[in-house]
Write a protein that binds this ligand. Sequence first.
Ligand SMILES: NC(=O)c1ccc[n+]([C@@H]2O[C@H](COP(=O)([O-])OP(=O)(O)OC[C@H]3O[C@@H](n4cnc5c(N)ncnc54)[C@H](OP(=O)(O)O)[C@@H]3O)[C@@H](O)[C@H]2O)c1
Length: 289
Amino acid sequence: MQRLKIHPQGPTFSRIIAGAWRWRLSTETVERLIQTSLKEGITTFDHADIYGDHSNEEIFGETLRKQPALRDKMELVSKCGIKFPSDKRPKTWVKHYDTSKEHIIWSAENSLKMLHTDRLDLLLIHRPDPLLNPHEVAEAFSQLKQQGKVLHFGVSNFTRSQFYMLQKFLPIPLVTNQIEISLACIEPLLNGDLDLLTEQQASAMAWSPLAGGKLMAGERELFGKATKYNASYSQLSLAWLLTHPNNIFPVIGTTKAERITEAAKSLDIKLDRQDWFEMLQWATGKEVA
Ligand SMILES: NC(=O)c1ccc[n+]([C@@H]2O[C@H](COP(=O)([O-])OP(=O)(O)OC[C@H]3O[C@@H](n4cnc5c(N)ncnc54)[C@H](OP(=O)(O)O)[C@@H]3O)[C@@H](O)[C@H]2O)c1
């Protein structure tokens, strides 16, 4: 498995990242998914405070509680800033965003507790918050970094102007923007989102790289390529993302160990430029101008 720095001053991650959004599973199953990921060299795990109605970090953390030595074999990403009504959050009555200094620090510290770790490798602001005060975010990030609780920071689903604005107020670089990118969501390749990150020497993290499984409906149409590359359609879809010069890090979401193994092999596929464009054409329904 290839390992790359996501930013010159950022963490080194496995090129394929395992996302825990759908891992609201038994602790035994999650332990198996963690072990399979690590065996395949997928050492980076993507969390958020809210995943699984605030349960998934705790389920994942059970494995680290039982086997603390695993922590040094992995990198942990989490997110904060979304709040929604839940039995676990009785004081919240409406879905909203909270990027106040107090909440960022509370959420990061809670993630550490749930995950049974002393540090996050990367903390992301989950969604752009219209009430985001960049001074408060800067203070929260500085405090967490200075205390060694969070090593690096980034954002998710930010527009280019939101990214620039926040970066302007921070003494440290935002090392990524985690955004939706796939053959079913190609806008970031065309609207400047990836250009901005490349200019900032940051790689994107691509969420839902298989469009949450919806892409698999196109399997038959690209069967010719599957034969040519001796690869599955999901592997080709990931290879298509991996080909981009931004060094995109796909965040896969499967709950099946065998599909983690399958995804890890997508790095072996070297897509021909014409095949890449043919897949783009398939995705957009038209040839390039
Ligand atoms: N920052 C954000 O706002 C944001 C938003 C969404 C997601 N994320 C992150 O991105 C991660 C991935 O999102 P995602 O789950 O939508 O990603 P995905 O990899 O595009 O989709 C995974 C889904 O596709 C299904 N699937 C069907 N056929 C598959 C195949 N051949 N290979 C693999 N999966 C197949 C999986 O089912 P099985 O489980 O049955 O394999 C699973 O339900 C999340 O876990 C989370 O960490 C971030």
